[in-house]
Design a protein around this ligand. Structure first.
Ligand SMILES: [Zn+2]
Length: 261
């Protein structure tokens, strides 16, 4: 038997590798490991959060591949990382009253919003909630994003990695986005409305995501840049379509309740 972390030759009877300490029973990620990882993955990482954050910004795609392929012990799990960063984000957002730009500040959306107010105050509340919680929206979109990731990366990628493995990679990617969002909150706090950073933050993230893809599947910067743009553009279209469907259904059902009274 070979250790999946350090590749040393092991006796079959060992539960842990004597060289690096990793569990020898680590298997390919599947649906069961998804729930196991979310529930129990908080401990058992050697070097923890800061090492993993460092890796996410210095050799991002390579570390995601390593994690999925079995080098788990040195990394903090993707879901734990995302929960931790999301908690930090909301802590800064609510506790310190840091304000990030919201969709409602945007003229276009505001116009749409005005029309929807006439339907029902509930829908207005929903839109306000979503636009104040864009980060939450990215969390909810993880399955969409994983699906689009697999679609864009093609047949060879889908044959090499299953859905859960792709989802672990995408979750690390959204952790990277969360770091950028936290940075934006802090910069907004110090520089106020003087500079609008949202566009730059997303641009920087797309460049980082391009680097992730380059290390995961190879290929040129240009090719992977367009893959990245495609993945996020089409996921956003999917999200917008589903939000519109939800809003229309909610709007109609509440309207019919009002008529009944
Ligand atoms: Zn080992």
């Amino acid at each position: 038997m070979i250790c999946k972390n350090c590749q040393s030759e092991l006796d079959e009877s060992f539960d842990y590798c004597p060289h690096c300490g990793q569990d020898t029973h680590i298997k390919r990620l599947n649906w069961k490991s998804l729930s196991d990882n979310i529930a129990k993955g908080w401990f058992g990482s050697d070097r923890g959060v800061f090492f993993t954050l460092g890796a996410l910004f210095s050799r991002p795609g390579t570390m995601m591949k390593e994690y999925v392929e079995g080098k788990r012990i040195q990394y903090f799990g993707p879901f734990q990382m995302l929960f931790l960063l999301a908690a930090l984000y909301y802590f800064l957002h609510f506790f310190f009253g840091f304000e990030s730009e919201t969709l409602l500040d945007n003229g276009e959306i505001h116009k749409i919003d005005e029309e929807i107010i006439q339907i029902t105050p509930f829908v207005r509340q929903l839109i306000t909630f979503i636009s104040n919680n864009l980060t939450l929206l990215w969390l909810l979109s993880l399955p969409f994003l994983t699906w689009m990731f697999r679609l864009v990366l093609g047949h060879h990628f889908r044959k090499t990695y299953n859905f859960v493995e792709s989802n672990f990679m995408i979750t690390y990617c959204i952790s990277q986005l969360m770091v950028f969002n936290i940075l934006e909150l802090i910069l907004d706090f110090f520089f106020g409305a003087a500079v609008n950073l949202t566009g730059w933050i997303y641009f920087a993230f797309i460049i980082l995501f391009t680097w992730n893809l380059k290390q995961i599947v190879g290929g040129s910067w240009m090719h992977n840049f367009w893959r990245s743009v495609g993945i996020f553009f089409f996921t956003m279209i999917l999200i917008i379509i589903s939000l519109f469907i939800i809003i229309i259904i909610l709007g109609l059902s509440i309207e019919s309740v009002n008529i009944n009274y």
